[in-house]
Ligand binder design. Structure first.
Ligand code: PLP
Length: 462
């Protein structure tokens, strides 16, 4: 019997122990990367799968098996992607990209103890809101401010703190659902409030609100319709009129601004989107909005308004369950500080940069990329530079689309093509529409990184 035959016989009769296998030289680099415990786990599966077979001692096959088994554990599950969907603030792709200043601030806060809730002057306990509240009041004109985990939490907390057990009046045209099961009527229920609907889907008048006010009313609420628009024969009551009515009856107005911006987008030639300052100036008593939508910061729910109302919110026990950690507070403070110099926002804040990016620049980028992309996809895919319209996303300006340019890919195997792009080291996510795969280049910042990985595109394998 040859030596190889003998080894095979022995492998079947007496397979090597898991410990012996874990010492195989071919496995050592994987053990360095993944740790011994995970590799031993994979080896057990291998030994079980190959029980009774001589293959069990095939070290190369074993290594490939273990690598495949552990791939999803060795690599981070949340990976970087190219968002070329045409939606700038894409909720599923993580919304706003942070400014370098915010990234640095978060990194510093991660590395060291900080003054999160500590006052170095007095040596006493400090308030975590003090890092951001002065910025929020300065930027919105409100008396007081606080922040929680996200805008959904801000709305829930505001309603719970100010209106639990009582009635809140909302127009039927504003009883919205936004993605991820956030529905205003459900939030009301969970906050312990009774929703009083007024008006109709398309038209609500001031008199509708006035007629609904009762001794049980705790607040009037206004909600930014976000991801849909009522056009045509439509009427909503402006915040200033609602505020006059509410204040005359001793009630507050709460407004969920949704995306909520701190600067007028018209500065960059974009359609108007209500700012938090405008809402406060109109007399709204409490405004909530998101940190990671148009504001361009980390996920957060910002609450600004009258001091007595903000105080009630801060004192509510639910606030503690929704508070921000030091990383996000650091990033949020750094983001808000950028707004002190609006003229430089375009260069410093990625969200504003993407929204304000000139169409001519996007077109030039598309034309530069066209040859490399056409080479990568091969002759049976047609590639062209085409005008498209990008969306802001996350509920801002649902109908106003920004003129942009895309690389449009057309072929008989579009699904496989899209899959091949998603299979790249940095997955490229486009948008399928009208029988084409579009890569909207408004949000492509890393041109070289995109080009460099094109040679690894494997359309055939998909
Ligand atoms: C986006 C949005 C929310 C939820 O905000 P998150 O920060 O995602 O929790 C609530 N209301 C409106 C109107 C929105 O547009």
């Amino acid at each position: 019997m040859s030596r190889a035959d003998q080894a095979e016989r022995e492998a079947v009769l007496r397979p090597p122990s898991i410990d012996r296998m874990a010492n195989w030289p071919s496995l050592q680099p994987l053990i360095d990367r993944a740790g011994r415990a995970l590799v031993v786990e994979a080896l057990r599966d291998w030994a079980a799968a190959k029980r009774g077979s001589a293959d069990v001692i095939d070290q190369d096959a074993c290594l490939r098996w273990c690598e495949a088994k552990l791939a999803h554990l060795v690599e981070p599950s949340q990976r970087r992607v190219f968002n070329l969907t045409g939606t700038v603030l894409h909720t599923n792709l993580g919304r706003a990209l942070l400014a370098e200043e915010a990234i640095q601030a978060a990194v510093e806060a991660m590395r060291s103890p900080t003054t999160l809730e500590y006052d170095v002057t007095s040596g006493r306990r400090g308030e975590r809101d003090h890092h951001i509240a002065p910025w929020l009041t300065r930027l919105t004109g409100a008396e007081a401010a606080t922040a929680v985990n996200n805008n959904a939490a801000a709305v829930l907390l505001a309603l719970s703190a100010l209106a639990a057990g009582k009635e809140v009046i909302v127009s039927r045209g504003e009883l919205i659902e936004i993605g991820g099961a956030f529905r205003i009527p459900d939030i009301m229920t969970h906050a312990g409030c009774r929703l009083i609907e007024v008006g109709t889907t398309n038209r609500t008048h001031l008199s509708d609100y006035a007629a609904a006010i009762s001794p049980e009313t705790a607040a009037i609420m206004k909600v930014h319709p976000s991801n849909y628009a009522v056009t045509g024969f439509a009427k909503a009551v402006p915040a200033s009129e609602l505020a006059s009515l509410a204040h005359a009856r001793g009630l507050p107005v709460i407004e969920d601004l949704g995306s909520g911006t701190l600067v007028d987008l018209e500065t960059w030639g974009l359609p108007h989107e209500p700012t938090a300052r405008e809402a406060i100036a109109a007399g709204v008593d409490l405004v909530t909005f998101s940190g990671d939508k148009l504001l361009g910061g980390p996920q957060a729910g910002l609450i600004v308004g009258r001091r007595n109302l903000v105080d009630r919110i801060v004192r509510n026990p639910m606030k503690r369950a929704m508070r921000l950690d030091k990383l996000r507070l650091a990033a949020l403070e750094a983001t808000l500080r950028l707004y002190a110099d609006p003229a430089r926002l375009v260069e410093r804040l990625p969200t504003v940069r993407a929204l304000a990016r000139p169409t001519s620049e996007i077109r030039a980028l598309a034309e530069r990329l066209l040859p490399a992309l056409a080479r990568a996809v091969g002759a049976d895919t047609h590639v062209a530079v085409e005008p498209v319209r990008s969306q802001i996303g996350s509920g801002a300006l649902p109908v106003d689309l920004l003129p942009s340019f895309a690389l449009a890919l057309r072929s008989g195997k579009l699904d496989r093509l899209a899959q091949a792009f998603r299979g790249l080291p940095v997955p490229v996510i486009g948008r399928m529409r009208d029988g084409a795969l579009y890569f909207d280049l408004r949000t492509l910042d890393d041109e070289q990184g995109f080009v460099d990985q094109l040679e690894r595109l494997d359309v055939v394998a998909h």
